[in-house]
Write a protein that binds this ligand. Structure first.
Ligand code: CP
Length: 306
């Protein structure tokens, strides 16, 4: 049963997740054809409303919408009346009058996409809200993992870094747990939230975490812009304790472990340069799969209520 909006992963059930992952595969097959476009959303309009910077999510939504033949409008926040004090509500009412079918929104305030969804008949897709959720990142991550492990249940994913500020960690952990993948966190105690009801294992020591035998090491970007206080002594120290150094990469290679990262990467912090050429790095696969996963989401949602 299609939904109007995609605001988070927590509210999707396993059947819906499996459906979206299954639907991503034929969309990815399109990429190898000479004509990469299908008319599925011909005549529909997609508005990109990004209040925070983005390279991958923004461009991949734009490509996804265009490959489905939708018309895409980029709302230039820097040039809009928002800079003159217009509220988000007023902006949405203006956009509503334009009869947009889909609004893709990124904002630093957790929950804002949900507010917009209640104010408009358009389908709203959360492209990242504060430290809350990034559902399409989670879908593309799960799709990428399923390409390597078609039956991912029981596989182990170690998420490393700034869990505290990470909407990616939250959404990707949620989807993996719904697929019965085992998840553990590794990072400085100050950046790994205390054990909650989620039953995710916590490590603060790299060697102990690697002794847990992960199939995938999922590195998070250190988000300096969201850190209001200093959570670790220095970036050099972070790299030494938690980063994938050349020596650690050799060990990872010997063990056949895959590496993922949502991007953008901080070279010399989360990873050394050599990781980008590592044969089991899935970082470029994640970018490519982002288009397919987002096509599946756009195709699945039904604007105007269901
Ligand atoms: N993964 C991700 O959200 O990247 P961007 O910030 O470039 O969109």
């Amino acid at each position: 049963m299609p939904r109007k909006d995609l605001l988070d992963i927590a509210s999707l059930d396993r059947e819906e997740i499996e459906h979206l992952l299954d639907q991503s595969a034929p969309f990815k097959d399109l990429f190898t054809r000479s004509v990469k476009k299908v008319p599925a959303l011909k005549g529909k309009s997609v508005l990109m409303l990004f209040y925070e910077p983005s390279t991958r999510t923004h461009s991949s939504f734009e490509v996804a919408a265009k490959r489905l033949s939708a018309d895409v409008t980029n709302f230039d926040v820097a040039q809009s009346s928002i800079t003159k004090g217009e509220s988000v509500r007023e902006t949405i009412e203006t956009l509503q009058a334009m009869r947009t079918d889909y609004v893709i929104v990124r904002h630093k305030a957790s929950g804002l996409p949900g507010t917009i969804a209640r104010l408009t008949r358009a389908s709203v897709i959360n492209a990242g809200d504060g430290a809350h959720a990034h559902p399409t990142q989670a879908l593309l991550d799960a799709f990428t993992i399923k390409e390597k492990f078609p039956e991912p249940a029981g596989r182990k994913v170690l998420i490393v870094g700034d869990i505290l500020h990470s909407r990616v960690a939250r959404s990707t952990c949620t989807i993996l747990k719904k697929l019965d993948v085992e998840v553990a966190y590794l990072g400085p105690g100050s950046l790994v939230p205390k054990q909650g009801a989620d039953k995710v294992r916590r490590f603060t020591n790299y060697n102990e975490a690697m002794a847990w035998n992960p199939d995938i090491v999922y590195l998070l970007r250190v988000q300096m812009e969201r850190q209001d206080v200093q959570y670790f002594p220095s970036l050099r120290e972070y790299h030494k304790l938690y980063g994938i150094t050349d020596a650690r990469l050799e060990e990872i290679r010997k063990r056949g472990i895959y590496i993922m990262h949502p991007g953008p990467v901080n070279r010399g912090v989360e990873l050394c340069d050599a990781v980008m050429d590592y044969e089991r790095s899935l970082i470029n696969d994640q970018v490519e799969n982002g288009i397919a996963a987002r096509m599946a989401v756009l195709y699945w949602l039904k604007p105007g209520g269901v």
